[in-house]
Design a protein around this ligand. Structure first.
Ligand code: S3P
Length: 462
């Protein structure tokens, strides 16, 4: 991967200072979740698939490398373009351990994919990934007949998978997790009969959509219940991956917290299991419009526009949580810069992400002068509208690093985010974007398009 670092990354720290008013138009790199799924289904398909807009980040490249190791030819003529030569579900035994790096999506989705193969495999990962819970996928897969031994304590990685004959199940997941749902559905493709997953509330639905796009039959009985039938071969097709709304979230919040800030994000994914962040920013007082411009390839994509304001606190909880789980660190920063209290509840999942994000957010916000109460399942943030610059750790977590770089744009003095190299997991170009926000080249004006966006949701949402 190309690593050209702007000056603001020094020894892999971000050095950030106050930003001028944001008035710009951007695109963001491809969606991470969709990139993983597109390359997996293309590999299982019956022919050549050209994937454009692929995210060439460390996490997604772990998935590519793993598939190559199982006999799938994947060319990468450009960083964001893959030519995947599908082999009709035929994977060959990997030559050694499959390294998932720091990518939980790779490990959990591959656990499902590999459980029903006619060969054995072993999944390993970084020390950080090796602490993350895998029982959430191991338990349902064992019910399907899988043989999986977790070598770490409490069912943590490495995972040793003995290829087994699987049968469909009707599984009620205790957590709303797209990784769990996806692992079971991928195993279901290689299982006998019908496999059904019930979720307590809807998590991102990219796997279901991508299966349908590759003409694999699924049944959606309700929003939270999806089934797949075994023995189907995905039909090879080309696909263009939209920009990642979770990466756009950092810039959307940067514009939202700045009265008069104005940002357009073009060509971004607007799947409604991922846009809850926009609704929350509206509640906090920002003006937001989204316009879906294309749905031909199943995943809605278009433009998101935001105009900033003096934000006020809000409560984020319940069904919203799984649909903005990756945006909670940056929303917590928005809460600290808003007036009043922002409360995040029902978000205990944050404790088992790339870091304990509840503890990490509380630590870093306090270091920057905010008043924060850490709850078991969330945070209570007493916003004061300002922050002060500080030296804060990334906790080895890409979304913590990026959220606190944005916090630094609104803090007095300098903010240093230490060990920021983790951003390569999801957003290799983040530092370039940050540099452009701090040092805009000339005056960049964007034409406000609020009045011309025909399908904006903001009117519906008040
Ligand atoms: C993802 C699902 C979410 C999310 C992660 C990516 C996916 O995790 O936090 O960044 O691609 O399925 P959970 O399924 O654990 O909620």
């Amino acid at each position: 991967m190309q690593r050209r670092l702007p000056d603001l990354i020094n020894d892999m720290d971000f050095r950030v200072r106050r930003a001028p008013r944001i008035e710009t138009e951007i695109t963001v790199p491809g969606d991470k979740s969709i990139s993983h799924r597109a390359v997996i289904l293309a590999a299982l398909s019956n022919g050549v698939c050209v994937l454009r807009g692929f995210l060439p980040s460390e996490d997604c490249l772990q998935t590519v490398t793993a598939l190559r190791g199982m006999g799938i030819r994947i060319e990468q003529p450009e960083p964001e373009m893959l030519i995947v030569h599908g082999k009709r579900r035929l994977l060959t035994p990997p030559p050694g351990d499959i390294d998932c790096g720091n990518s939980a999506t790779t490990m959990r989705l591959f656990t499902g994919l590999l459980a029903g193969q006619p060969f054995d495999s072993r999944l390993v990962g970084s020390s950080n990934l090796s602490r993350r819970p895998m029982d959430r996928v191991i338990t349902p897969l064992r019910e399907m007949g899988a043989t999986i031994a977790a070598e770490g304590p409490n069912e943590t990685p490495p995972l040793r998978i003995t290829g087994s004959n699987l049968h469909g199940i009707d599984y009620h997941s205790p957590i709303a997790s797209a990784q769990v749902k996806s692992a079971i559905l991928l195993a279901g493709l290689f299982a006998k009969g019908k496999t059904t997953v019930h979720e307590p509330s809807l998590s991102r639905n990219h796997t279901e959509l991508m299966l349908n796009y590759f003409l694999v039959r699924t049944v959606k009985e309700e929003d939270t219940v999806v089934s797949v039938f075994g023995d189907q071969v995905p039909e090879s097709r080309d696909f263009t991956i939209p920009g990642d709304i979770s990466s756009a979230a950092f810039w959307l919040v940067a514009a939202a917290v700045q009265p008069g800030g104005h940002l357009l994000v073009r060509d971004v994914g607007l799947n409604d299991t991922r846009t809850t962040l926009l609704g929350v920013l509206i509640r906090m007082g920002a003006q937001v419009r989204e316009a879906i411009e294309e749905v031909d390839q199943i995943e809605p994509r278009g433009t998101a526009e935001i105009t900033g304001a003096a934000l006020k606190g809000t409560i984020i909880q319940g069904r919203e949580i799984p649909q903005l789980i990756d945006e909670l660190p940056i929303l917590a920063v928005a809460g600290a810069l808003a007036s009043g209290t922002t409360t995040i509840r029902n978000a205990e999942e944050l404790r088992v992400k790339e870091s304990d994000r509840i503890a990490a957010i509380a630590h870093n916000l306090r270091a920057m002068g905010a008043q924060v109460l850490e709850l078991n399942d969330g945070l209570e943030i007493h916003g004061r509208g300002t922050l002060r610059g500080a030296k804060v750790p990334s906790f080895g977590d890409h979304r913590i690093a990026m959220a606190f770089a944005i916090a630094g744009l609104f803090a007095d003095g300098e903010t240093v985010v230490q060990d920021a190299q983790c951003v390569y997991e999801s957003y290799p170009e983040f530092a370039t974007g940050l540099d452009a926000i701090m040092n805009p080249k000339g005056v960049r004006t964007t034409t406000p398009v609020i009045s011309s966006l025909a399908h904006g949701r903001a009117d519906d949402e008040g």
